[in-house]
Write a protein that binds this ligand. Sequence first.
Ligand code: DAT
Ligand code: MG
Length: 140
Amino acid sequence: SAPERTLVLVKPDGVRRGLVGEVLRRIEAKGYTLVAAELRTADAELLGAHYAEHEGKPFYPALVEFMASGPVLAVVAEGHRVIEGFRVLAGATDPTTAAPGTIRGDLGREWGLRVTQNLVHGSDSPESAAREIALWFPHL
Ligand code: DAT
Ligand code: MG
């Protein structure tokens, strides 16, 4: 089947902790191709669209505030089954219980704040990937 594309974000905690290179290394080591990458601080409009599915949930306001708190590295990665494959590399949402060997499991933990600072985002389906890539990289 044709290669897929996914949107990866290294979240503000990952950028602040100097883990951009580590995340990119794992994506490249797995054999995926980098198609685009840009360091930027997202505004409320972009983050509202990106996280629209979570609007109204208790953690949503703090999530958007955290995501706007500093630059993120937005990446488009390509490869066979990369959407599912990057989710496996990232590990479970909660970094405390994410499996060792994953990005969140090896590098993340609960910091006692209201929002889980779990280092990375990865699109969760082909529909999400298409929508999110269009939001972050409208020229692609
Ligand atoms: P994922 O990022 O694993 O796809 P998600 O889409 O369910 O997880 O949630 C988006 C982000 O919101 C997640 O990366 C961290 C935050 N989040 C999710 N559930 C949360 C919760 N119960 N408490 C605090 N933050 C949460
Ligand atoms: Mg998600």
